[in-house]
Design a protein around this ligand. Structure first.
Ligand code: MD3
Ligand code: FE
Length: 204
């Protein structure tokens, strides 16, 4: 209904069913090498609602002691992150407008009852490059706000195969996932949602 803010590029249904299935297989292979871990909030150690993994040169991790950061290795196995699947590298090259390759792909896995509170993404060393998100599996209710907490927000139902990119003046907007709509996708045998976010961490 509302127009999306400048800097938000929404591509509903960008990936067809075959592409979603192929990408899901790629992500399963990544997670077999780099198992999902439970991220914990800095200082409190409170677990987040999602489980995570990463692929690419860098991965986003967080724990009680070390806080939010990017690192080259899995926090539990100590091994380097698996390479980013070709489909994701190509998606970044096609849509991001960034000459440099994506460095990090964060994989968020949402169970049927999981959510993600409103937050800003500001752990990268550059905000010039966009963040590109790919949704797989069940629909979710995604919320996007302004550059400060509070103030008006807009909600969007994201579905499997949707791609949404946040750049420019929207790169630092508050955003979160209010809920999953379990059983709304046939992509996976189980309920749940996977979100992939492709990013640059270092300035180009
Ligand atoms: C808006 N993930 O991993 S992706 C995250 O669906 C994250 O799992 C959500 O927020 C998810 O940090 C949302 C869409 C997204 C990603 C980055 C943004 C929206 C954004 C950066 C700025 C504004
Ligand atoms: Fe985020």
């Amino acid at each position: 209904i509302d127009r999306l803010p400048d800097g938000v590029d929404y591509h509903p249904g960008w990936l067809d069913a075959a592409a979603q299935t192929a990408l899901l297989e790629d992500i399963r292979a990544v997670v077999a090498q780099a198992p999902l871990f439970t991220p914990r909030m800095p200082r409190t150690g409170k677990p987040m609602h999602v489980r995570m993994s990463n692929c690419g040169a860098l991965g986003w991790v967080t724990d009680k002691e070390g806080g939010y950061r990017y690192q080259t290795t899995h926090p539990e196995t100590g091994r380097p992150w698996p390479p980013m699947p070709e489909m994701l590298r190509e998606l970044w090259n096609r849509l991001s407008g960034c000459k440099a390759p994506a460095q990090a792909c964060l994989i968020n896995f949402y169970e049927a009852d999981a959510k993600m509170g409103l937050h800003q993404d500001r752990d990268e060393k550059t905000f010039s490059a966009p963040v590109l998100s790919v949704s797989l599996g069940d629909d979710c209710l995604f919320r996007i706000g302004g550059l400060t907490r509070g103030g008006p927000t807009q909600s969007l139902r994201l579905a499997s195969g949707d791609v949404i990119q946040l750049g420019g003046e929207s790169r630092l907007r508050y955003h979160g996932v209010d809920r999953i709509y379990p059983g709304t996708s046939m992509l996976m045998k189980k309920e749940g949602r996977i979100n992939l976010t492709l990013r640059r961490v270092d300035p180009v």
